[in-house]
Design a binder for this molecule. Structure first.
Ligand SMILES: Cc1cc2nc3c(=O)[nH]c(=O)nc-3n(C[C@H](O)[C@H](O)[C@H](O)COP(=O)(O)OP(=O)(O)OC[C@H]3O[C@@H](n4cnc5c(N)ncnc54)[C@H](O)[C@@H]3O)c2cc1C
Length: 303
């Protein structure tokens, strides 16, 4: 029977792989075990081992919504490779995408064929898998509206199933996918739209982002979900917290729901700043902000 150690011995799993370069914050330690899955079979094989050797699992997409702990991840990190990044659009305009495909490539690939709807994904620097897990969205559109089904493989049980948005429990930046459930591919509906109209929409979205977000910095987008009371960034800004700093990380002066890291910042700094901002907002407004950012691995209590 295979074990994690034997898979590593055969070169099918790697060990001690640095994760910082695989995230947009560029912080955090290594993966104890690491699988670059190029096919569904690679995941099936790993699942068989994990069922008798259960260790924590982190599915890492493009790392644009994740902070990995400075100590790394003491389990298996699964990353989908190029073999799972295809894109095909059929005659009815249904786009079938591998979960490793970037959202930008999905937006561009469909737009270039005169199929609209997914343009909103152009500025979201994640993968198709991450879009589904987070129900990513912006400017009034979100993944749930366009998703037909996602093919999900559960490493814990070995089951593979196609799930629609209702079965995935998609709501604002939320799905019911658990840590061992891997989105392998997905299909999206699109609408007919001339390619030049799609192209100008893409350009407009890119321009809007450039004007409103702290581009060119180390960040992972919004730290907190917007509560019912209004945009989290506005609430944080109104408390005068722009520029608040812990270690190498500060609240962006451009957009208060983005935290920007200096080169050399730690994952713990990001964690501690999130705890500090959350507790100040709670104390001064009574609003409890819920993190959108996902923290993976072990973090110390904020001092
Ligand atoms: C500059 C910037 C701007 C952003 N703007 C937006 C925005 O406008 N709207 C928005 O919604 N988000 C935004 N984000 C956040 C982020 O890009 C999205 O949440 C994105 O969908 C995450 O995708 P990812 O592949 O990077 O996932 P990761 O960050 O790698 O992972 C996020 C979560 O998804 C899970 N996951 C990833 N891949 C899979 C898979 N194949 N199967 C199962 N689970 C998986 C991970 O386990 C983790 O729980 C922004 C981030 C940045 C850096």
């Amino acid at each position: 029977m295979s074990t994690l150690a034997s898979l590593a011995g055969e070169g099918r799993l790697s060990t001690g792989v640095p994760l910082a370069p695989m995230t947009t914050y560029k912080v955090g330690g290594p993966a104890r075990w690491y699988l670059e899955a190029e096919s569904e079979q690679d995941l099936v094989d790993l699942g068989r081992v994990l069922r008798h050797e259960p260790v924590p699992v982190l599915v890492l997409g493009r790392g644009s919504n994740v902070v990995v702990s400075d100590a790394g991840f003491n389990g298996v990190v699964v990353h989908l490779g190029r073999g799972l990044s295809g894109l095909e659009v059929d005659a009815a305009g249904v786009a079938a995408a591998g979960a490793a495909l970037s959202q930008a490539a999905l937006a561009r690939g469909t737009a270039s064929l005169g199929r609209g709807g997914l343009e909103f994904m152009i500025g979201i620097p994640g993968s198709v898998g991450g879009a589904i897990r987070m129900n990513a969205g912006c400017r009034g559109s979100e993944t749930a509206e366009w998703l037909v089904t996602a093919r999900v493989l559960d490493l814990r049980t070995g089951t593979i199933a196609d799930r629609d948005p209702a079965e995935l429990g998609l709501s604002y930046r939320h799905s019911n996918l658990g840590p061992t459930e891997v989105v392998v591919s997905a299909s999206f509906r699109t609408v007919e739209r001339p390619a030049d109209e799609c192209e100008s929409l893409l350009r407009e979205i890119i321009r809007w982002r450039r004007d409103h977000q702290p581009g060119g910095t180390l960040n992972a987008g919004s730290v907190f979900k917007n509560p019912e009371e209004g945009p989290a960034g506005k609430i944080i800004d109104e408390l005068g917290l722009k520029g608040l700093r812990i270690g190498g990380v500060s609240v962006s002066r451009r957009h208060a729901n983005f935290f920007v890291a200096d080169a050399g910042a730690s994952a713990q700094d990001i964690h501690d700043l999130a705890v500090e901002v959350r507790s100040r907002v709670r104390r001064e407004t009574g609003i409890l902000l819920e993190p959108e950012l996902r923290f993976a691995g072990r973090f110390g209590e904020a001092s």
